[in-house]
Design a protein around this ligand. Structure first.
Ligand code: DAK
Length: 258
């Protein structure tokens, strides 16, 4: 299978949808798939026309985890020197708003990948979990940390220790996902949400993302400093002038991403 086919890309207006495309392996996240995804995200980051990205899989699986077959013979030093975690970190560091559209399995690395996104829209058939304990390992791409921050320590501990999965309905109740939609329309729902974000000033959206992220990743003092720096920086943009002028002139703003 060629690199292009592992991740499909379509663009509508300012929103690109990237689709993980290894359906026979339930989108198991092989190193090649991760590299192809990173390349696609880097293209989106470099293209000023793209203001938000939807990341999705198929109806049966968003992703059933890292590729166990590729990982089975791994060694600690081999994993360290392959820089795998730096590659995954590149996804988490994507600067533009990234929305996961999840249907079916989001397990292990698949759940971690969804949690690297900024919002999660799920179909009613979605299942989330960190089943690594069943393989004699633990989550390695943020599952113990991001899940705990998202749903709280007791629920996260239960999922990580038992390897159990939760349904989309439970994930919604626990605050892991933003929206729940029928399997026929979850992707459109995510694309609508992305389009809504893409109407806003793109630089403000990127700096807002960075600041909200900081709340989970830094102290309050550092997070406040990042928020304030980004707030000040935006007064150097044309979109700030346009947004405020449009308000005063009682018309919709036209944002250019400058
Ligand atoms: N890896 C490789 N192949 C997989 C796979 C996976 N994670 N999940 C499914 N497949 C393949 C199956 O082997 C099968 O292939 P064939 O036998 O047809 O060749 C095909 O997909 C269909 O799967 P099943 O026949 O098993 O389908 P079922 O409907 O019966 O079951 C299932 C679906 C999702 C419940 C089951 O496939 C399953 O339990 N899958 C494994 C789920 C899992 O344990 N996931 C966690 C993997 S560990 C890190 C980065 C990432 C990670 C760690 C570190 N660093 C950067 C440090 C992540 C680790 C993980 O995700």
């Amino acid at each position: 299978m060629s690199d292009e086919q592992l991740v499909l890309s379509t663009t509508d207006g300012h929103v690109t949808t990237l689709t993980l495309n290894r359906p026979k392996a339930l989108n198991a996240l092989s190193p090649e798939l991760i590299d192809t995804l990173i390349a696609a995200l880097e293209q989106c980051e470099a293209d000023a026309q793209i203001r938000a990205v939807v990341l999705t899989g198929g109806p049966r699986a968003f992703a059933a985890g890292a590729d166990i077959k590729a990982m089975a013979g791994a060694s600690p030093m081999g994993m360290l020197t392959s820089r795998a975690i730096e590659r995954w970190a590149r996804i988490a560091a994507f600067r533009k708003p990234l929305i996961a559209a999840v249907s079916g399995f989001a397990l292990g690395g698949g759940c971690e990948l969804a949690m690297m996104c900024d919002m999660i829209v799920a179909s009613e058939t979605a299942q989330f979990g960190q089943p690594e304990i069943n393989l004699g390992i633990i989550p390695g791409a943020g599952g113990t940390q991001r899940l705990t921050r998202a749903i709280g320590p007791y629920r996260a501990m239960e999922l990580v220790l038992t390897g159990a999965t939760i349904s989309a309905q439970e994930a919604y109740q626990f605050g892991l996902i933003n929206r729940l939609a029928p399997v026929e329309s979850f992707l459109q729902e995510a694309q609508r949400l992305a389009a809504q974000v893409a109407e806003k000033a793109p630089l403000a959206a990127q700096l807002a993302k960075e600041a909200v992220r900081a709340a989970a990743e830094t102290t309050l003092r550092e997070g406040m400093a990042i928020e304030l720096r980004n707030f000040y920086l935006l007064f150097d943009t044309e979109d700030q002038k346009e947004g405020m002028r449009a308000f005063i002139e009682k018309r919709p703003p036209v944002f250019e991403g400058r």
